[in-house]
Design a protein. Sequence first.
Length: 419
Amino acid sequence: MSGAQPKACEIAGAVGIIAEVDPSRIETRKKQGWVSYVSSDLDEVFRVANNHLKKKEPISIAYYGNIVDLLEYAVKLGINAELISDQTSCHAAYDGGYCPQGLTFEERTKLLSEDREKFKQLVDKSLRRHFELIKTLVDRGAYFFDYGNSFMKAVYDAGVREICKNGTDEREGFIFPSYVEDIMGPLLFDYGYGPFRWVCLSGKREDLLKTDRAAMECIDPDRRPQDRDNYIWIRDADKNNLVVGTQARILYADADLRLAIARKFNEMVRKGEIGPVMLGRDHHDTGGTDSPFRETANIKDGSNITADMAVQCYAGNAARGMSLIALHNGGGVGIGKAINGGFGLVLDGSERVDKIINRALSWDVLVGVARRSWARNDGAMEVARSVNEKSKENYHITLPYIPDDELVANTVAKALKKN
């Protein structure tokens, strides 16, 4: 159970139920204020959910129990969910990342150490049931998306060939979309929007609030719908109590917005209005991470299985003067399934950092836009054309050549006829 999902439900005005088998995770999230209601009784869980639905009041409910039991209850009672997803650590399904139906968290831990073969059998059985329940709810009208946590791959490994598009193997993908294919890719990554982060190194809440206000001044809410969302998000960030540790913020910014915010923050540091600020980003960004199960899932030209983007971001960020550069494996979907190229940039108020901002931040974002543009993603090609027009004196994104389908078909037909 992540804290983000229940908090997001309430911010978005939804009623959400999140299953978790580890009580310590629920306790932590409840104490931090990231989930509002906790129960291990499914009758109570759905009664509370229905009451809030009727009143049109958002709530996040942590169900202490197995997700398969939760879905089974919904199927049995004819309850229709509108959205379903799964964030179980299925990239390590047989190493404890997935708790089989019928076992408590403690029993799962004990069996994992005493009889791994039996544990694997129970995981496979549970995954097969998990899939059948999701399929039933989807048939009733639910929208299910794979979070990119290898859930569908785990179902396939458990022996379910029906989850494959071709009914045989995973080469052509799975029947349910990754949320990068359906949501994050076409709506955000293709346009260069991704999780841009900053940390107020002074540790002062007042510095974070000042950066919130400064970031808002940089956003034109009428430019795109994504910017309207960003404006509302940062406007309400403090009242949503998002900080549990460092004084940090995250905002889904594109290249132009990142540049504007970074320049503004560095100027504020220079004037002594705030202390130093560390910029960074999540691995789950427009550029910087290659993972065919998640970040590069909507890049369809075949390069989604390469590590080109992460390595280029890493090397380019190093050459352009970032304070911290990282190239590493894993990043949310497991070792061997993702390569990440990360960065950090300390804003110290100097003119030297102004120059780094101008030459480095755009690179880090536009590598991802370029990759998606070369894959012929409409939004990315639109952004690439705009970048080329605005920045023609400095750099250029090579656009893909789009062939005329009829010309290709006629040419192939003529060639075959000759032979």
